[in-house]
Write a protein that binds this ligand. Structure first.
Ligand code: NAD
Length: 438
């Protein structure tokens, strides 16, 4: 099939490339000229495992094209996906100006009828509103669909090519049939293709993210309670996870969720409730717990060092909001760095992929050293804070760490180490909700 992806960001680039890989002709459009020119040269704007090779191969084979020319791209394709950002507005609602601007541009450009698919995460009613706006501009019998994306950064290609489910929201079965044909290569192992109304489809995406964020805030609050009562969240986690009604997934305590989706989607859901005269008690709680959780690790460090924080050096491992990405949007590491810098600490920070993005955020400061190697970040450090659980931090050379650190103190924001083991190696160890009786 011939398709156009408008918005070549995380979602647009990954999905466009995977559709090209399965034999479709895909044109990826973006308004940022530099991004498109870089992609033509094989330079990707994001880090995502396995993506670069797929982009380069499909580009060289001619199935994947990059352009800023929306008008041309629209008229080359039957299916047009909108994958632009829907960031948080000042009032917490999703900013839909990009989605509507692109929809209206498609309406003005298209010389024959298209299937216009919203892949961006949009509040319930956006499909209907887009249809109304497009019909006000164009008399062509365009069709509309909602097709939310569930991929995870860091595992995006796997998630897209082996989806737990594909959800489409349509008014006419024929539109669902076209989308099913496109997705068929990814559904071969009986993965469900769920057809519903656009309203239910739009809601499904928000409910999924709200549920996942709820699990994270829930286990974080329980971890904090464990700590207060000298219980160990890891034992408790195992104790509840074997109950099949509860399970183990997404119940790991930490420093709070970040990224480009959960924070804004939870706040958009809060706003959706307000728009109907309702109040989402649960999503307010999830958001509040998460914001508080981002302060847990820096507060532990401040409590441990007291006034001497101003003469202390803290090493930091992990800056991206999660492993295998360079994305630092709403990352807990930013709160930690900001808090410790304000308290006067000197910081030495490392991340395998996100260092440049953090440098762009904070700039070059006297007390903030960007380290390209993890062991450089612990050199002379009075403590190490682990904020993102990259694999390379999981089994470090503890002897080397011990020899480099000024004080062997670890604040493990992801519970990647065992308290008893760390104690036996001579480290003072602080996890999240962990307890070890020595
Ligand atoms: N990032 C994720 O993991 C993820 C997962 C599922 C769903 N989503 C949703 O998908 C949508 C896109 O997210 P993203 O992370 O890919 O965003 P992104 O910011 O990485 O990319 C959006 C792209 O759209 C481009 N763009 C904006 N306006 C444009 C226009 N008028 N014409 C052409 N291009 C334009 C931007 O330049 C940018 O490259 C959002 O609604 C997001 O909530 C994201």
């Amino acid at each position: 099939m011939k398709l156009t992806m408008i918005g070549t960001g995380y979602v647009g680039l990954v999905t466009g490339t995977c559709f090209a890989e399965s034999g479709n002709d895909v044109i990826c459009v973006d308004k940022i000229e530099a991004k498109i020119e870089a992609l033509k040269l094989g330079n990707l704007p994001i880090y995502e495992p396995g993506l670069e090779e797929l982009v380069i191969n499909n580009f060289q084979d001619g199935r994947l094209q990059f352009t800023t020319d929306l008008d041309w791209a629209v008229n080359e394709s039957e299916l047009i996906f909108i994958a632009v950002g829907t960031p948080q507005s000042d009032d917490g609602s999703a900013d839909l100006s990009g989605v509507f601007a692109v929809g209206e541009a498609i309406a003005r450009s298209a010389r024959d009828a298209k299937i216009i698919v919203i892949k961006s995460t949009v509040p319930v009613g956006t499909n209907a509103e887009l249809e109304r706006r497009v019909r006000a501009i164009s008399g062509l019998p365009h069709q509309f669909a909602s097709n939310p994306e569930f991929l995870k950064e860091g595992a995006a290609i796997d998630d897209f090519t082996k989806p737990d489910r594909v959800v489409v929201g349509v008014r006419h079965p024929a539109v669902a049939d076209s989308l099913k044909e496109l997705y068929l290569p990814f559904l071969r192992t009986e993965r469900p293709f769920l057809v519903m109304t656009p309203e239910s489809s739009e809601m499904t995406k928000y409910v999924a993210n709200c549920m996942l964020a709820t699990k994270i805030s829930f286990i974080n609050e329980m971890a904090n309670l464990c700590e207060a009562y000298l219980a160990d969240i890891n034992d408790v986690r195992r104790g509840i996870g074997h109950d099949q009604r509860i399970g183990f997934s997404f119940l790991f305590p930490g420093v709070g969720y970040g990224g480009s989706c959960f924070p804004k989607d939870i706040r958009a859901m809060i706003h959706m409730a307000v728009s109907k005269g309702m109040h989402s008690l649960m999503m307010h709680a999830v958001d509040n717990v998460n914001e508080a959780q981002k302060h847990i690790l820096p507060n532990k460090i401040l409590a441990r060092f007291g006034d001497s924080i101003a003469t202390s050096t803290i090493g930091v491992w992990g800056l991206a909001f999660k492993p295998k990405t360079d994305d630092i949007r709403e990352a807990p590491s930013l709160v930690l760095i900001d808090t410790l810098l304000k308290a006067g600490a000197r910081l030495k920070i490392h991340d395998p992929e996100a260092l440049d993005n953090v440098r762009a955020h904070f700039g070059d400061l006297d007390r903030l050293q960007y380290c390209s190697q993890p062991y450089d970040a612990v050199e002379g450090a009075n403590a190490l804070a682990i904020v993102t659980e990259w694999s390379e931090y999981r089994t470090p050379d503890f002897k080397k760490m011990m020899s480099k650190m000024a004080q062997p103190i670890i604040f493990d924001g992801r519970n990647i180490f065992d308290p008893a083991n760390m104690q036996s190696r001579g480290f003072e160890y602080n996890g999240i909700g962990r307890f070890h009786s020595s």
